[in-house]
Design a protein around this ligand. Sequence first.
Ligand SMILES: Cc1cc2nc3c(=O)[nH]c(=O)nc-3n(C[C@H](O)[C@H](O)[C@H](O)COP(=O)(O)OP(=O)(O)OC[C@H]3O[C@@H](n4cnc5c(N)ncnc54)[C@H](O)[C@@H]3O)c2cc1C
Length: 388
Amino acid sequence: MRSRYDVVIIGGGVHGLATAYYLARNHGITNVAILEKSYIGSGGSGRNTAIVRSNYLTPEGSRFYDRSVKLYEGLAEDLNFNVMFEQRGHMTLAHNDSSLRTMRWRAEVNKLQGIDSSVISPAYVKELAPYLDVSDHPRYPILGALWHPPGGIIRHDAVVWGYARGASALGVHIHQETELTGIDVDGGKVVGVQTSRGPIATGTVINCTAGWSSLIAAMAGVRLPITTRPLQAAVTEPVKQFLHPVIVSGSLHTYVSQTARGELVFGASVDPFASYSTRGSLEFTTGLATHVLELMPSLTNMRLLRQWAGLCDMTPDFGPIIGPTEVDGFHVDVGWGTYGFKAGPVAGESVADMVANGRPGELIAPFGLDRFEKGTLTAEKGAAAVGH
Ligand SMILES: Cc1cc2nc3c(=O)[nH]c(=O)nc-3n(C[C@H](O)[C@H](O)[C@H](O)COP(=O)(O)OP(=O)(O)OC[C@H]3O[C@@H](n4cnc5c(N)ncnc54)[C@H](O)[C@@H]3O)c2cc1C
């Protein structure tokens, strides 16, 4: 570990690693350290359900995430690492008139941004996912869906390892088992950090710690409008391929996809309380099973293999917080809630650009910390909550 770095990034998840990679590759800034208190990918980046999509509700949201989908499409080639991106299509079911109205709204916003997204009929839903019951028998009948063909799933660990290898090859230092314990601020400016392995002098610190981000910001004296909530997920034993697209039901608080190995991966919305615990709960499993079976009764005999939890940094408007803070040299790339894995590439590219050029670019300008003072919130909840 050097005694001085030009840039110190806190957090070895997809955001920290991608930022370091693009700082080195796009801007030639290589005297960069990533501090990770555990191992890379040990946070949300190794615990998510790996859904990638860009069919958000607001123009600024969908534009931003669409750049990420484009970067993901070229990532295996860029990093020379197979990230197993499968664009299987992403389907959000509408079970009532108001959901259908929101789907139409989202589809129109998406189309104006050039994103492939449209509302489809129950008959087409059945064609794409034959195991869904589209009759009027279920308690929550399927009235239609928002269909987004470029969406899909990716191998999250491979993305983390690929960015880490790429950044490391360009000269970035990745320090695992190295915990940030303090941030030194002098006259309103960052001058260094304290770690479990000693101090480092630096003028630039980037906070990429998701579920821990408000604790890290507090070390610099910065308050973030973030609460940390656990989010759980579960996976079944593998079965023969039968489910191609990713299926989301907001009304039933659940979503499901099938991995290349045949396992079904299920997720839901965040636990209804703030906590730093990553323990799974029986309440989650029973609730999840009930909702999944309402959607696909034929899964009755499937066995769950595993469940787990990760920490999510929730903002009031379900939008991220990216940009400078009132402390000169202290930047944040946080507020990723339940939906930030897909944003890793675009956030990394944009934050690297901001640090190199000294100002936030067009894609991230709407997500600044000052929006909570100005009242210019992003209103993404309708498209971000369960859909991730
Ligand atoms: C169950 C679950 C399902 C999800 N599903 C999806 C999905 O399908 N699609 C999607 O886009 N997103 C999803 N997410 C959200 C996504 O995982 C996160 O938003 C994303 O991974 C955040 O990445 P990150 O790099 O910012 O943070 P993380 O990957 O959480 O990394 C932060 C790192 O900071 C480190 N750290 C913390 N404190 C310190 C310290 N003091 N010193 C040094 N290091 C520190 C941690 O150890 C951690 O490794 C899901 C999340 C969960 C939990």
